[in-house]
Design a protein around this ligand. Structure first.
Ligand code: C5P
Length: 401
């Protein structure tokens, strides 16, 4: 399964290291070439021989060892790795990585690699919950590191709580998933909009809709995992910003329009998953409207601009059509009127897909009118199917140029 992929397994000084020997063995059995890099304190728990015995490869532990090849070791290790996994990752290593300290072989490699990095923290519960550690993890997450949360249970120190190295199956599954994801959007800048917009009526009220932002956020995550540079322009939602994605928060349709126009200048594709409000109050009242003010008398609405139609740049344009009737006819006419490359149509009348749920059932329709009905699947899977099309269309564009 992991045939010939080079996996750099960093191990640090935690008692959970004995589980890393098993991990190295399982990865090797699956066909990966596992380069183990140990910190000094890791070697106090387990000898390099344990890892060498299961990986049948050299184990690295010191910057100053005589290198086997005539290359600069930490750079060649960093460059040849398809993925870096640090399991267990101590609070100390996490802190060093968060601040860019490179005072040993493993921290140098992480600073030098362009491969995805996965951290599996393991430590005492108080060390884990300490704000410093949490801030460091948040910083790393924001930079695109994948973090596998530790499990909860009885820790080696006798305490009970979070800090136990995550299950091997979970770590394995994340590694396989990361390595199997094609990097076919590398070098592409994808702009994605998500969530609904809010159009203020007065300082406490607004017009909005039920969009949760889940589809757009799943798209951002999937595009990032496939190597794209992602700008996510998001209306107010209740979701954490995906790591490694530039998130721009906006409230109104007009703000979203400005952000999109700016972002598409150097983009390859625009995917408008946002549910933009069609109308906004002509003027937002400066102070709260009172019941006695008879709001219905002066609440005048004006049309918002149609953002995707106004984008004239040479970007691939993907729209969404949330329909409750005549799904296909409406979707096809939107492809024409908005100048889209394809549209993702979803029927919002069924309650197992659409708004605020994790699944979606969509139909992809292109300019030629050909349609692909996808079954009910997770929004992340839908995102990958949409991106498969984006990749194919971007490739034909490049051929045409
Ligand atoms: O016309 P309708 O709102 O159904 O079109 C949906 C598609 O158009 C979505 O991709 C949505 O993000 C986009 N849209 C837009 N600007 C608007 C309204 C919708 O870009 N003002």
């Amino acid at each position: 399964m992991l045939g010939q992929k080079v996996l750099l397994l960093g191990v640090t000084g935690s008692i959970a290291i004995y589980k890393a020997v098993d991990l190295a063995s399982k990865l090797t059995q699956r066909g990966a070439l596992v380069d183990v890099v140990m910190t000094q304190s890791a070697t106090r728990f387990v000898t390099p021989l344990s890892f060498r015995s299961v990986t049948h490869r050299q184990v690295y532990k010191d910057m100053w060892d005589e290198p086997v090849e005539l290359e600069i070791e930490h750079i060649s290790l960093a460059e040849r790795a398809n993925m870096v996994v640090i399991a267990p990752a101590t609070a100390n290593m996490i802190a060093k990585l968060a601040t860019g300290i490179a005072d040993d072989l493993l921290s140098c490699i992480v600073l030098a690699t362009k491969a995805p990095v996965l951290l599996a923290p393991a430590m005492n519960v108080n060390m884990y919950e300490n704000h410093v550690t949490q801030d460091n993890l948040a910083k790393l997450r924001a930079r695109g590191f994948k973090i596998i949360e530790p499990g909860t249970g009885i820790l080696a120190c006798g305490a009970t709580g979070a800090g136990r190295l995550a299950d091997m199956e979970q770590i394995m599954a994340t590694i396989v998933e990361t390595l199997e994801t094609p990097q076919d959007l590398t070098g592409q800048h994808i702009v994605i909009t998500a969530g609904g917009t809010q159009e203020p009526i007065d300082p406490v009220r607004h017009i909005s809709n039920r969009s949760s932002g889940k589809m757009g956020y799943a798209l951002a995550q999937a595009a990032r995992d496939r190597g794209a540079e992602v700008s996510l322009i998001s209306g107010p939602v209740n979701l954490p910003g995906p790591a490694g994605v530039r998130v721009l928060c906006v409230q109104t349709a007009l703000q979203m329009k400005d952000a999109v126009m700016q972002a598409v200048r150097n983009a390859d594709a625009l995917i408008m998953a946002a549910a933009v409000a069609d109308y906004r109050p002509a003027e937002a009242a400066a102070s709260k409207i009172k019941k006695e003010d008879q709001a219905e008398k002066f609440l005048h609405l004006v049309r918002n601009p149609d953002i995707i139609s106004e984008v004239k740049e040479e970007v691939l344009k993907v729209g969404f059509a949330a329909e409750s009737e005549d799904l296909l006819e409406n979707a096809i006419s939107k492809i024409q009127s908005k100048g889209l490359d394809f549209i993702v149509a979803n029927d919002i009348t069924s309650n197992d897909s659409g708004f605020d749920v994790d699944n979606n059932r969509v139909t992809l329709i292109d300019r030629q009118g050909s349609r692909e009905d996808l079954p009910l699947m997770s929004k992340l899977d839908v995102a990958h199917r949409i991106l498969d099309r984006v990749v194919a269309l971007l490739a034909t564009r490049e051929l045409g140029n």
